[in-house]
Design a protein around this ligand. Structure first.
Ligand SMILES: [Zn+2]
Length: 301
């Protein structure tokens, strides 16, 4: 456990880089902050599900497709009784539920998380039907942020409020029956149906030449870093990092942002900016990547 771990989504990592190195519009910045906050909430929920003692399979962050419709499930917990589907929301502040509409108080209407939940539940039911999976589905929206308050929602709504998370985990833990091979096959099947990369990422356009170069500090993400001997030092917060590790994560970042570009010592030196020794960069590339070609034509994969 967990059966399928949650990975840092590529989209979020790309936005993170663009936020440091590029100039996001205020709309893009807001989108990035929401994405980031949502992910943080999911990770906090994972900490709860990781502690479950009952016999279950936890599948995090499933991206599935049926009838050309993509949908995402934040967490799916398969127990001997049910498939529990959780939509995790990291909303903070005061919200209200009036006439089937969801508001951030005082009067800002937002997308109703219940509609999203019902849509995902119905699509998951179709997938179960297509694959002859016979397991009841229970769907809930979990509000993970302890500073979330919801007014006026009737208790029959499938909401798990911050003060109810512990008791809903206890309820799952009270299931004593064990999983059978059938349940494990269901988990395996869903895992194989998972789509690795969403084709609908809302990425802004970006160009290598226009991005700020350098190595962002691991701790405060500032580009005000310098290389001194074996360390990368942040002039803003003082954080120190082994330079080889800092180069390595910069190469990974470069590959993620420019998957079609060839990775060469020169381009990585330009990307990192603060590492003046080509030898030091080459050493990292030699150690962690595969060298292709020879002499002037060497690149790394
Ligand atoms: Zn720093």
């Amino acid at each position: 456990m967990p059966y399928k771990p949650r990975n840092h989504p590529d989209e979020l990592l790309l936005f993170h880089s663009l936020n440091i190195r590029g100039d996001l519009t205020s709309k893009e910045k807001q989108y990035y902050l929401n994405l980031s906050k949502g992910f943080e909430g999911e990770v906090i929920f994972d900490r709860q599900t990781e502690q479950l003692q009952c016999d279950c399979c936890v599948l995090n962050d499933l991206l599935l497709q049926t009838n050309n419709t993509l949908f995402q499930i934040d967490s799916l917990i398969i127990t001997s009784k049910q498939a529990h589907m959780f939509e995790v929301k990291n909303y903070e502040g005061e919200y209200g539920w009036y006439a089937d509409k969801f508001y951030k108080l005082p009067h800002y209407e937002i997308l109703n998380p219940l509609h999203q939940l019902e849509r995902s539940e119905s699509l998951l039911r179709q997938i179960f039907h297509e694959h002859a999976i016979n397991l009841p589905i229970k769907a809930s929206v979990v509000f993970i942020n302890p500073e979330f308050t919801l007014f006026q929602a009737h208790p029959d709504k499938p909401f798990i409020l911050p003060t109810q998370i512990k008791s809903s985990m206890r309820k799952l833990n009270s299931i004593t029956s064990k999983l059978t091979n059938t349940h494990r096959h269901i988990a395996e099947k869903l895992n194989t149906l998972h789509i690795e990369k969403s084709p609908y990422q809302l990425l802004p356009n970006y160009h290598y030449a226009k991005l700020r170069k350098g190595i962002p500090c691991l701790k405060c993400h500032s580009l005000s870093t310098v290389a001194e001997r074996q360390k990368l030092i942040c002039l803003k917060c003082g954080h120190k990092e082994v330079i080889a590790m800092a180069i390595l994560r910069s190469v990974k970042e470069f590959k993620r942002m420019f998957p079609k570009h060839k990775v060469t010592t020169s381009i990585i030196q330009d990307w990192c900016l603060v590492v003046h020794s080509k030898k030091r960069i080459r050493k990292v590339l030699d150690q962690y990547f595969t060298k292709i070609g020879s002499n002037r034509w060497v690149y790394y994969e």
